[in-house]
Design a protein around this ligand. Structure first.
Ligand code: ZN
Ligand code: ZN
Length: 288
């Protein structure tokens, strides 16, 4: 496989399989920086690959889901040789209780060269949240706090203390009137309702910004070339610890660089961090 020149994607059509207007952030960025002409197949139903509101569970990893969307996009636009998909995942934060982690992936597949390239953006996602609501005052407080109506909300029923979309599920709530009407109905019938943020991209401005960042990570992956073979995706990965202490020069637990690994030829390197020395607060000797 020859290394693709930096302008190898310029002017090419890329099919983006999405129904949630992600093209609004992905198309201009990948058009500007990679030269791709992004097209969305009409009437594409990406919800069959899984929804955030629990009716359709996603099977497999984010990467597998994105690959499946790209394959479906190619089926709808067979003349496209480049495919794109974006996939978001949410889960518990590894260290902080009650905080969600959000991970956004933008994946590119080039059918001609066989290249698969990923752009990732991960960060805490406090906007992925929900609450049990028992009165309209509580609803207004929660909805205001999360930024409704710019941030969309989903209302569902509760059974045995758990959010239960099979009991009731309302998604298209664009106004305060619509939101309060749905919640009032559930409160009258059951005395409680579950309200959570709508994580679909077009109803979640936070996600749109992060999808933009994942798109830029994809651009960086394309431009980061292996010095040995010239293939893309020579991006900094896992940290290498041992940044020297500024006082005693002993290695600390802070990263001195990040490992880069070429999956095509196996070339390895460590990209050093910008600063040369660690704050002694991180040193076991100077600040035990
Ligand atoms: Zn290489
Ligand atoms: Zn020290």
């Amino acid at each position: 496989m020859h290394a693709p020149p930096l302008d190898a994607l310029v002017g090419r059509t890329a099919v983006l399989a999405t129904m949630h207007h992600k093209e609004r952030v992905i198309a201009p960025l990948l058009g500007r920086f990679l030269g791709l002409r992004v097209q969305v197949p009409p009437g594409f139903d990406s919800d069959r690959f899984g929804t955030f509101s629990r009716e359709i569970a996603r099977t497999g990893s984010a990467l597998e889901a994105a690959r499946a969307k790209i394959a479906a996009g190619f089926a709808q636009l067979p003349e496209a040789r480049v495919g794109l998909a974006s996939e978001g995942s949410f889960g518990p934060h590894p260290e902080l209780p009650f905080v969600s982690m959000g991970l956004e992936l933008v994946l590119l597949v080039d059918r001609d060269s066989g290249l698969e390239l990923a752009g990732w953006h991960g960060a805490p996602a406090p906007y992925a949240t929900g609450e049990r609501i028992t009165d309209l005052a509580g609803l207004r407080e929660f909805a205001t706090r999360v930024g409704f109506p710019a941030q969309g909300l989903i209302v569902m029923g509760i059974a045995d203390g758990q959010p239960t979309p099979t009991r009731a599920l309302f998604k298209q709530l664009d106004t305060w009137d619509a939101l309060e009407a749905r919640v009032s109905t559930l409160l009258a019938e059951h005395g409680e309702a579950w309200v959570e943020t709508d994580l679909r991209a077009h109803r979640c401005p936070h996600r749109m910004r992060r999808i933009a960042r994942a798109s830029l990570a994809l651009v960086r992956a394309w431009r980061s070339r292996c010095p040995a073979c010239g293939q893309p995706d020579f991006v900094p990965g896992e940290p290498v610890r041992g940044l020297p202490c500024a006082w005693c020069l002993a290695p600390t637990t802070l990263a001195r660089g990040h490992r880069q690994h070429c999956r095509h030829c196996g070339h390895e390197a460590i990209r050093p961090v910008r600063r040369m020395l660690a704050d002694p607060a991180h040193c076991d000797r100077c600040n035990p």
